[in-house]
Design a protein around this ligand. Structure first.
Ligand SMILES: Nc1ncnc2c1ncn2[C@@H]1O[C@H](COP(=O)(O)OP(=O)(O)OP(=O)(O)O)[C@@H](O)[C@H]1O
Ligand SMILES: [Mg+2]
Length: 465
């Protein structure tokens, strides 16, 4: 940040006042400019940015409050101190409602005024970053990340704090909690926003392919390498690379990744030339990397490199106050997509949505809303438009919690239903990966596979949703 003290504009029609203020501010080291009427002031504001404006309430050609309004509209990062002729709390109140940071009455105390200016400039410097972020969000038309819960507010704060830097960020959370959305938002609100955002799904790729995808290869490096190819690290130069499912990267590739993160350089497969890149690294996982480190399946040094800053995303069931706002958001989205208007959920349907456990988190909720919009026959969406699992599964009712539901059924039947629900939940939480679900259940994959077959759980139906 530059060491300049700040640039100030004085807008006042009384010449003596302008001159004495100018002298005071200049002697305090500020860069100062002046205007004797509203029009001149607004012209100067349009030509160059000012950190702070001292603005007279009574101007010959306009009301100072109107000028204040246009300053706050066109350059909200500029702080404004209103100057009033007499102590009028009415004007002061109005000015602060319109966004003025402070006001002074004539005659003023020089020391107090200088102190006030210094405080405001310090404060506004901190705010500028946030304003830039919000602007970037608008400019890139990102789908908003919705959430009014305290836990999501904490996530938003973290995003705002980490976006301006190049720090590596590890985003953790169950399947469907919004990890990719958060990664995109960090990129879109960072200084790299107009450079590439390159997602890499490490989970789906065998080791060799992953390495040539990331680092590229030279002609002849392997049989099918008929031409030299740039890897994604080169594609992402100046921008951001996002490693989705980082927990699935094999140990060999982990070593290479560690080197790129540390040195920001690598070689193409089969190549001899070292390539340097400036890439910001974001990673996401729904696996417990710490546990993987203990089990020696994930390198500890890589874990610490990635986990410089971590953003944990809470599961939806731990922030049910977000459900109504998310439902509203997705309703608007899917009504627009399907050419429908004014749909709402009936209170009973809304209650079921609130009561559901959402093992697939926001993605599952989004799918349920989309489905309901398509199935809805009238403006009011009833419970019949909700998917079976929402109708059945009221906040993970363990057997024994609802005795009336067990009446007249065999033990075998009840246990089987519970087993089915539990396995479905875990699969949804694991992104429908059987390997991961078996891991979390601490049972062999083959055992889980048998159970899935016996219980006739249809995984294909859920994959890729
Ligand atoms: N807070 C949110 N506000 C609005 N939409 C959200 C929010 N969180 C998630 N979504 C939406 O839910 C869907 C799933 O989000 P995303 O793909 O980012 O999740 P994920 O954590 O990466 O899931 P997975 O682990 O399965 O890859 C996306 O369509 C995303 O836009
Ligand atoms: Mg994802």
């Amino acid at each position: 940040m530059s060491v300049r003290k700040g640039s100030l504009l004085i807008i006042d029609d009384e010449k003596e006042i302008v001159e004495s203020l100018e002298e005071l501010l200049k002697s305090a080291g500020y860069q100062t400019n002046t205007a004797l009427c509203a029009e001149e002031g607004l012209q100067k504001l349009g030509r160059e940015p000012f950190d702070l404006v001292l603005l007279d309430v009574n101007l010959p050609d306009s009301n100072g409050l109107d000028v204040l309004r246009s300053i706050k509209r066109d350059s909200p990062e500029t702080a404004v101190i209103m100057i009033t002729a007499y102590d009028s709390s009415q004007v002061a109140f109005q000015a602060s409602r319109e966004g003025a940071e402070s006001y002074i009455t004539k005659p003023w105390d020089n020391d107090k005024l200088l102190l006030e200016i210094r405080n405001l400039l310090d404060r506004s410097r901190l705010q500028v970053e946030n304003i830039l972020l919000r602007r970037a969000l608008k400019r890139f038309g990102l789908p908003n990340i919705i959430g009014k819960s305290e836990r999501m507010q904490r996530v938003f704060d973290l995003i705002t704090q980490v976006a301006p830097s190049r720090a590596t960020v590890l985003i953790t959370g169950e399947s469907g909690t919004g990890k990719e959305l958060v990664a995109k938002t960090i990129h879109a609100t960072s200084p790299r926003a107009d450079k590439p955002f390159v997602p890499v799904n490490t989970g789906a790729m065998p080791v060799d392919l992953l390495e040539s995808t990331l680092f590229g290869h030279v002609k002849g490096a392997f049989t099918s390498a008929i031409a030299t190819k740039r890897g994604l690290f080169e594609v992402a130069d100046q921008g951001t690379i996002f490693f989705d499912e980082i927990g699935t990267v094999g140990v060999e590739t982990q070593a290479k990744l560690l080197r790129v993160i540390q040195e920001r350089e690598f070689m193409r497969l089969g190549g001899t030339e070292t390539i340097k890149v400036d890439v910001r690294i974001l990673a996401a996982t729904n696996a417990d990397l710490k546990k993987m480190v203990q089990a020696n399946t994930f390198r500890e040094d890589l874990y610490y490199r990635l986990n410089v800053i971590s953003i944990p995303l809470p599961p939806l069931r731990e922030r049910i106050e977000d459900i109504p706002v998310l439902v509203e958001h997705f309703l608007t989205k899917y009504c627009a997509e399907n050419g429908r208007e004014g749909l709402t959920f009936s209170p009973e349907a809304m209650k079921l949505l609130m009561d559901h456990d959402w093992p697939g988190n926001v993605r599952e909720l989004e799918n349920a809303v989309e489905r309901a919009v398509i199935l809805a026959s009238g403006p009011l969406i009833g419970t019949e438009a909700l998917p079976d699992q929402v109708l059945e599964n009221h906040r993970c009712s363990a057997p024994g919690h609802a005795p009336q539901e067990m009446e007249g059924r065999s033990l075998f039947d009840i246990v089987e239903e519970f087993e089915r629900k539990t396995i479905m939940d875990m699969l949804a939480r694991s992104g429908w990966s059987q390997t991961e679900a078996a891991d979390r259940f601490k049972i062999p994959l083959s055992t889980l596979n048998q159970k899935i077959k016996r219980l006739r759980i249809d995984i294909k139906q859920h994959r890729g949703t």
